[in-house]
Design a protein. Structure first.
Length: 400
């Protein structure tokens, strides 16, 4: 039993939660082309249906923080994983753009409940480790889970299984694993009732907004990399379709790698210096990409962008959770509200500009946002709460 406890530590358990959070999502992403073919719609109509998820997420984030603050992260994840996994069964049954929007809206409503809970739990565990950071590594495992789910989904697609049956099979198989991991996490408890109770709706405070805008800028860049990499390589650099996937893989792999080493880099150089360095790497990558005339330059640039955006979200989550002015779950949800709007704004920012002046100029539109994030990186300094404002951390004796 002692050997098992040394192996199955709380940090490793919460990393596994992040992996399980994204693995079913990766399965669904592989089946979007099949759903599009069945609906017989073009990219413009499909994009309207896909907006259901981010809109549902933004609405849910108003309430996710207070829910987690009242139920505790562990209890929230136990209920949330059930709803989140099975919500992914719905999009596969869509018969129209409107029904696809509605189905993905349900997915979007359930997703941030688990997302906020697992980030708050990761911060709680991290604060009990005596200075050791794990948040960035947790997000690295999320990236690995997304890639793993994508590979599993590609395998299911190759068998010809219909999307809804494929995704529900993946969800049924993953759910017992996810719930077992959550149950193995250290028990938590709601914060004491003294003082101001958590708000019913999570909104960013004025002091939190600069940190939100730091994260927002980098998430717009991340969204642009996810949305436009293959299109840029195919249409602008004129790379063959077989090689465009390599460019996307470079972006995704270096983003995952950056997150896996991010905690050690933050411990060595500090979060502010790391964030500024990554912003500069990201800036160099975008400049290199929009001026690229070769596959080699594009590949190096995409790797730099992936690494540059990798640590922005985990560093922001840790900073928001550690502010101490409100429950961690409320601040994390409020941060996510502002930051996540980048996924809604980016397609129009880049796409509309690209339609008028070309994709090079369209992608260059993210450069001012990178500079803004660079200037706001100082907001990542963890602020210590006044004495008595935050309950003592029950994980102070966690074995590492």
């Amino acid at each position: 039993m002692s050997m098992l406890r040394r192996i199955v530590t709380p940090p490793r358990l919460i990393m596994a939660v992040f992996f399980m959070h994204s693995v079913v999502t990766g399965n669904w992403l592989q089946r979007i082309p099949d759903v599009q073919a069945r609906l017989a719609v073009g990219p413009d109509e499909l994009s309207i249906g896909l907006l259901g998820a981010p809109i549902g997420t933004l609405i849910s984030l108003f309430f996710a923080g207070p829910i987690v603050a009242r139920l505790t992260p562990r209890r929230t994840m136990l209920f949330g994983f059930v709803a989140y996994y099975f919500a992914y069964w719905l999009p596969g049954w869509a018969w129209s753009v409107a029904s696809l929007f509605a189905a993905l809206f349900v997915v979007g409503v359930t997703q941030p409940i688990v997302d906020v809970a697992m980030n708050v739990e990761a911060d709680r565990i991290e604060r009990g480790l005596g200075g050791r950071r794990i948040m960035s590594t947790c997000h690295g495992f999320w990236s690995i889970g997304l890639m793993t789910g994508g590979l599993i989904g590609a395998g299911f697609a190759a068998t010809g299984m219909a999307p809804p049956w494929h995704v529900i099979t993946a969800a049924v198989a993953a759910l017992p694993v996810a719930l077992s991991i959550v149950r193995a996490l250290p028990a938590d408890r709601p914060a004491p009732a003294e003082g101001t109770p958590p708000p019913r709706i999570a909104l960013p405070t004025w002091s939190l907004l600069p940190l939100c805008f730091f994260s927002f800028g980098m998430l717009v860049v991340e969204s642009a990399g996810l949305d436009w990499t293959t299109v840029f390589l195919r249409d602008v650099v004129q790379i063959s379709p077989g090689l465009t996937g390599i460019g996307f893989a470079a972006f995704a792999l270096f983003m995952a790698a950056g997150r896996l080493v991010g905690d050690r880099l933050a411990e060595r150089f500090g979060p502010v210096a790391l964030a500024r360095g990554c912003c500069l790497i990201c800036l160099a990558g975008v400049v290199g990409l929009v001026t690229s005339a070769s596959f080699a330059q594009s590949l190096v640039s995409l790797a730099a962008i992936g690494f540059g955006v990798s640590v922005a979200v985990p560093l922001s989550v840790t900073a928001a959770a550690g502010r101490g002015d409100r429950p961690a779950a409320v601040n994390v949800a409020a941060l996510s509200q502002v930051a996540f709007t980048g996924f809604l704004i980016e397609p129009r920012l880049v796409g509309a500009t690209a339609g008028a002046w070309g994709l090079r100029i369209g992608l260059a539109m993210v450069i001012p946002l990178i500079v803004t994030s660079l200037l706001l990186a100082g907001e990542l300094r963890r602020r210590i709460a006044p004495a008595g404002r935050v309950p003592p951390n029950p994980l102070s004796e966690i074995a590492t």
